[in-house]
Design a binder for this molecule. Structure first.
Ligand SMILES: Cc1cc2nc3c(=O)[nH]c(=O)nc-3n(C[C@H](O)[C@H](O)[C@H](O)COP(=O)(O)OP(=O)(O)OC[C@H]3O[C@@H](n4cnc5c(N)ncnc54)[C@H](O)[C@@H]3O)c2cc1C
Length: 484
């Protein structure tokens, strides 16, 4: 069966042996037992098991041919019903991770599906490249491959006047073309889940470096010779679910990708030396609306979780009578409702594109993701403001079986909960709002889809508002300045 179980995922990863560096050492295999990866890999395995669960399998998979069930996030939607099915499937995985795992496999499965759905755009360079992308999508769907990706060059110098002129490439570029394929040297940012996926999908970073050597797209296995992952430090602080309810499960890892004369076989190349194709693919394929459909759905589930958590803090401390507390919870409610409304509008206004793919409407989704980059830090601030000093009197699980446990029971109980339950609640709020894991979550929601400043600038340039402008001009009886 194409759709895999958790056991198959773990087995496949443990056989790969990619080159992963963490804290100055090469990560020892099996990867699923490495402390930096074990929590997230176990969670990911649980997601794959969920898709095969007898009660969920119909909702989580689709038939590609008789007897072959693939993960539903690989489904190319042709109708609004397909879009709704995709959303329901993605919601299952988002609920299972409280929306805290940005790169559940549906994110990249969706990205690959949507790029392949518009593969015709690549015929402009070569029919074979368009076929490569479609064939690769089918292979990924039929083997349930999982992906990390990089769309970014290293943060060496972001001045708009900067062009790289170093002897040794910093941003990964094509250094050679051989009969086998492209040879890549240099680095790319920032592969979330780097090392714990089958494949690494590389696309050009939009708009930077006009040199065609930086314009290429391909996918290669994580254990390709010459490819290495250099990890940040792990935020998986310990295995205790009580002490680290989120970081022990969901810390996905982020890694710098280094290409040391990596050969990318021609059948894995989707285009090269064509900056214009990179632009075209981002602008004309359904990548943005489909990826945002997955994203905004996850962000909705995460917002609902934060609403529940904020309310639980309010109950725990019995502070609901204060108006500023009500107003803070209302802010989260407004965030939840507006995110949901934008998601529904995007589905209602969906239209089929030139290739027969049903595209959710981009503007509501783009607005939602822009809004979320400032909503999320505010949700976190609200958690911090409600919990106040409670975050600083947080014993661990072990303290409850130590000689001081009686004191904890006496002094840490709250209006609504005994000391142990209150501590459990506060540890969850702390892991959401204050731990290293929680802080990364805030940075993730701000940046993972791109710099929020440039995202809102894109919205400014692309949002159609001529009708509203002319209404106001008509009201004032103003002429168009350019026709005067
Ligand atoms: C937790 C996390 C996980 C991520 N995972 C992935 C991943 O899996 N794959 C992937 O490809 N990427 C990933 N990213 C990277 C993400 O795509 C980038 O962070 C984002 O695109 C912004 O780029 P940057 O971080 O290089 O910031 P920079 O572009 O270096 O920006 C730095 C600062 O300069 C400002 N600035 C720079 N250039 C301009 C400009 N032209 N106009 C206006 N302001 C400018 C920015 O606003 C910002 O304040 C991840 C990021 C985070 C935080």
């Amino acid at each position: 069966m194409p759709a895999i179980s958790g056991k198959e995922y773990i087995k496949r990863m443990n056989q790969m042996n990619p080159e992963i560096w963490i804290k100055g050492e090469r990560a020892a295999m099996p990867l699923s037992e490495h402390p930096a990866y074990s929590g997230a890999m176990k969670t990911k395995a649980g997601l794959y098991d969920l898709q095969l669960h007898p009660e969920k399998i119909e909702k989580m998979t689709f038939e590609t041919k008789p007897g072959h069930l693939a993960g539903l996030s690989y489904l190319r939607p042709e109708t609004k019903e397909d879009l709704a099915k995709r959303r329901e499937m993605m919601t299952e995985w988002a609920l299972a991770t409280c929306g805290m795992m940005g790169r559940t496999p549906d994110y990249m499965n969706t990205a690959l599906m949507s790029l392949a759905a518009s593969a015709d755009l690549l015929k402009d360079q070569d029919d074979e490249f368009a076929k490569n992308l479609v064939r690769f999508y089918e292979k990924a769907r039929d083997s349930d491959l999982s992906f990390t990706h990089s769309f970014m060059n290293p943060q060496t110098n972001r001045s708009s006047f900067y062009d790289e002129e170093t002897d040794k490439p910093i941003a990964a570029k094509i250094i050679k073309k051989t009969s086998e394929g492209l040879v890549i040297q240099g680095a790319r940012l920032l592969a979330t889940q780097g090392g714990m996926t089958d494949e690494v999908l590389i696309f050009p970073s939009a708009g930077k470096f006009t040199d065609e050597e930086y314009a290429y797209a391909f996918s290669i296995p994580s254990n390709t010779k010459g490819l290495s992952f250099i990890c940040r430090e792990s935020f998986h602080e310990g295995d205790s679910r009580f002490n680290y309810p989120l970081s022990s499960r969901f810390d996905e890892m982020d890694a710098l990708l280094v290409f040391n004369e990596v050969t990318v076989p021609w059948e894995r190349v989707f285009f090269y030396h064509r900056q214009d194709l990179a632009q075209k693919l981002f602008q004309q394929s359904c990548f943005i609306p489909q990826a945002l459909h997955q994203t905004v759905n996850r962000q909705l589930v995460k917002s609902q979780f934060l609403l529940g958590l904020s309310q639980l803090l309010v109950q725990t401390l019995n502070v609901s009578e204060y108006q500023h507390i009500q107003s803070k919870i209302s802010e989260v409610i407004i965030g939840v409702e507006s995110t949901q409304a934008m998601l529904e509008k995007a589905e209602n206004d969906a239209v089929q594109d030139n290739w027969g793919t049903m595209r959710p409407s981009t503007h509501p989704l783009y607005s939602a993701v822009c809004q979320f980059s400032s909503l999320y830090p505010r949700y976190i601030e609200i958690l911090q403001l409600i919990g106040a000093g409670g975050y600083m009197s947080l014993p661990g699980e072990e303290d409850f079986s130590s000689p001081v446990s009686d004191s904890l029971d006496d002094y840490l109980a709250s209006a609504a909960y005994d000391a142990r339950s209150r501590t459990k609640i506060f540890r969850l709020a702390w892991d959401t709002a204050m731990s290293s894991f929680g802080t990364r979550q805030t940075q993730y929601e701000r940046f993972f889809f791109g710099d929020p400043v440039r995202l809102s600038s894109n919205l400014y340039w692309n949002y159609p508002r001529e009708e509203y402008l002319s209404r106001v001009k008509q009201f004032l009886n103003l002429k168009d300045p350019f026709s005067m």
